[in-house]
Design a protein. Structure first.
Length: 238
């Protein structure tokens, strides 16, 4: 029996971006999809757009939250599917057959994360971004979360992190289930809108990676500390 897929969209004041995401999700030919939209209490016409499609949504809400990862946790709490993918405002699937091609013909019961490549959309240009080898999970997020399906779990995103909680989540999946539980699909899954915070603040990202290394007892944490020490020494000398 084909699994139920939960697609979750997070948005806030996204009147210019949300509708294309909604249409991309609703255009998927795979039948067993529930669509959830978590809005952070938008003050523009975002909620009007949600109302326009509300009859085709499994669940939606508009209320203040504590940031994007708090909103993503709300989506996970409401999801009833076996698998979850986050397709946030401005993001789209590569085509209408993406979910069907992955889940419609394959037995994926042995896996906890399925991921693929993506296109990055920035300044009206598309760049193909191939997922990294999973062996790099000790160092960085190896793929775009908009191009990954995660099996539903009790894990939740750490809301004290601003841009690296998805990396911490994926690393926890890796720690629990091992690299063999990750399946790479060598095709693009999503078109990722690169105007988000995690694409524009590399210093904060590296700082939060250090926090994740420490929390997950990642051996790379000690390399990270050495790099930070060398950086400070270099700055002091100059």
């Amino acid at each position: 029996m084909p699994p139920l897929i939960s697609v979750v969209t997070i948005c806030y004041n996204a009147k210019n971006d949300l509708e294309k995401t909604i249409l991309s999700v609703l255009s998927q030919t795979y039948q067993d999809i529930e669509y959830i939209i978590i809005d952070g209490g938008s003050t523009d016409s975002t909620v009007d757009i949600i109302h326009k499609y509300s009859e085709r949504l499994f669940y939606w809400i508009s209320e203040p939250d504590k940031g994007i990862y708090d909103a993503m946790n709300k989506g996970m709490d409401r999801a009833t599917g076996s698998w979850i993918i986050f397709m946030n405002a401005g993001d789209t699937f590569c085509d209408n057959e993406v979910i069907k091609n992955i889940f419609g013909y394959n037995d994926l019961s042995d896996y906890s994360v399925i991921y693929g490549d993506c296109y990055v959309s920035k300044l009206n240009q598309l760049q193909y971004l191939k997922a990294s080898n999973m062996k790099k999970v000790h160092v960085q997020m190896p793929f775009c979360h908009q191009s990954s399906f995660i099996r539903k779990t009790r894990l939740r995103f750490s809301i004290d992190l601003k841009i690296a909680a998805d990396y911490q989540m994926i690393y926890e999946y890796y720690r629990m289930n091992g690299i063999s539980s990750f399946l790479y699909i060598s095709k693009p899954i999503s078109v990722f809108d690169a105007t988000g915070i995690s694409t524009t603040n590399n210093n904060l990202l590296q700082k939060e990676y250090g926090i994740v290394y420490k929390r997950t007892r990642n051996a790379y944490y000690y390399i990270y500390l050495c790099k930070q020490l060398l950086k400070r020494i270099f700055l002091c000398q100059n």
